[in-house]
Design a protein. Structure first.
Length: 401
């Protein structure tokens, strides 16, 4: 018997062409839509803010009645149209843009050059995904509030809504918000995710699937557990793809218990990001074999698949477990004030480089060391201790492979 070839989500996006009515939603599809949320959002995709202003209440729908299109306007009084572009149309628009503005390559993070563009091109030509419509785009970046958030909603031919929350992008602001979760609850992006789901659930009917990679997975869970009951009851599945967890208090809360059995948690076997904070043992967990090592496993493009199924491992590596135990023990031994000061100190040093993204920091190389070293020396002894401990644990988890 011929052994099945090992592939990745790139292969799934190209070869799984059956319609959703023929082949139901899979965990791999949750990854597809989570990755699509990283794409640049073209102007052709309606914004959530404008949709709420036009259709958010019956009175607003009446005021928006267009007598030039009486039939469509009358239908909108009863059922809000989901008239966003298809993924094929979106990618055609973005292909023209990407030729002169390489957005994806600049925001891909740990992804090899060219990989996201090949993925999106496959989606645009695959009948399973190409006819899927996208709507209700919402994107916010606020340096003062230290928040980075984006989400969009897809409509499957089956009538199911897939809400995808973007994970941490390449910006220092996005990464700092992740670290802020260690001492702040909720962070701004979590509140924005809950508001987003409430608006989308009020606009359109049907089952709802939530998905997100990295911070996006955390946002998906937070949005679900804080949704109004009428919307929460429509949520069939929540996917967190190597996303960080929550504090023990949140994990044991009533709100979390109402959704935990609908959570599917997918992590690579050497996960670092997905082992941060606390996770419930009651959520369904899938450990995936990755072709990369250390922190590079956070890229979903390294997760191995056989056909439409992930290549699974029985458990995470001992290095991944040790990192989680050390990190959580370290955080548990600090007060909230100490956590906040440690995070502020770390990102103050990184910001002293004059660069605003992780990619820029890595590209700059040794040139930024003098500025960062000067900032580091200016910290208090306690702040330097926190930074040293965090970097030592991260280096150990990354280099042990």
């Amino acid at each position: 018997m011929e052994e099945q070839r090992t592939g990745t989500i790139l292969d799934y996006a190209r070869t799984q062409t059956r319609d959703f009515t023929e082949y139901p939603f899979q965990t791999a599809d949750a990854l597809v839509f989570a990755l699509l949320s990283y794409d640049l959002i073209p102007q052709s995709v309606p914004r959530l803010k404008s949709l709420v202003a036009r259709y958010g209440s019956l009175s607003r729908r009446v005021r928006s009645f267009d007598w030039r299109h009486p039939v469509a306007s009358a239908q909108a009084l009863v059922r809000v149209p989901f008239d966003g572009p298809t993924m094929r149309q979106v990618e055609q628009e973005l292909t023209l843009y990407e030729e002169h503005h390489p957005y994806l390559e600049e925001h891909a993070g740990f992804v090899p050059a060219g990989t996201p563009r090949r993925f999106y091109r496959s989606i645009a030509h695959n009948p399973r995904f190409a006819i899927t419509r996208v709507n209700a785009a919402d994107e916010r970046f606020d340096l003062d509030q230290q928040t980075q958030f984006a989400a969009m909603t897809f409509l499957l031919p089956t009538g199911t809504l897939v809400v995808a929350f973007r994970g941490t992008d390449d910006s220092l602001v996005g990464w700092k918000e992740d670290f802020n979760m260690a001492f702040t609850y909720p962070v701004p992006a979590q509140k924005q995710a809950a508001d987003y789901l409430e608006h989308v659930g009020a606009l359109w009917s049907g089952d709802i699937v939530l998905t997100g990679h990295s911070k996006g997975g955390n946002l998906a869970i937070y949005a679900a557990m804080n949704a109004p009951d009428a919307i929460k009851d429509r949520i069939t599945r929540i996917y967190t793809l190597d996303g960080p967890g929550f504090s023990p208090e949140v994990i044991h809360s009533y709100e979390y218990s109402t959704v935990v059995h609908r959570i599917t948690r997918v992590i690579p076997d050497g996960s670092i990001i997905g082992m941060l904070l606390t996770h419930s043992p009651h959520a369904h967990r899938i450990v995936v074999k990755s072709s990369a090592d250390g922190l590079m496993q956070h890229s979903c493009y390294t997760w191995l698949m056989h056909g439409d199924q992930f290549v699974q491992e029985p458990d995470v590596t001992s290095t991944s477990r040790s990192f989680a135990e050390a990190m959580n023990s370290w955080l548990g031994g600090m007060t909230q004030r100490q956590r906040e000061h440690g995070v502020e100190a770390l990102f103050r040093v990184l910001a002293s480089s004059g660069h605003g993204t992780i990619t820029e920091l890595m590209t700059a190389g040794p040139r930024i060391i003098p500025d960062m070293l000067g900032s580091y020396v200016g910290l208090s002894g306690e702040e330097r201790k926190y930074i040293n401990q965090a970097l030592w644990m991260l280096a150990g988890a990354t280099l042990h492979h």
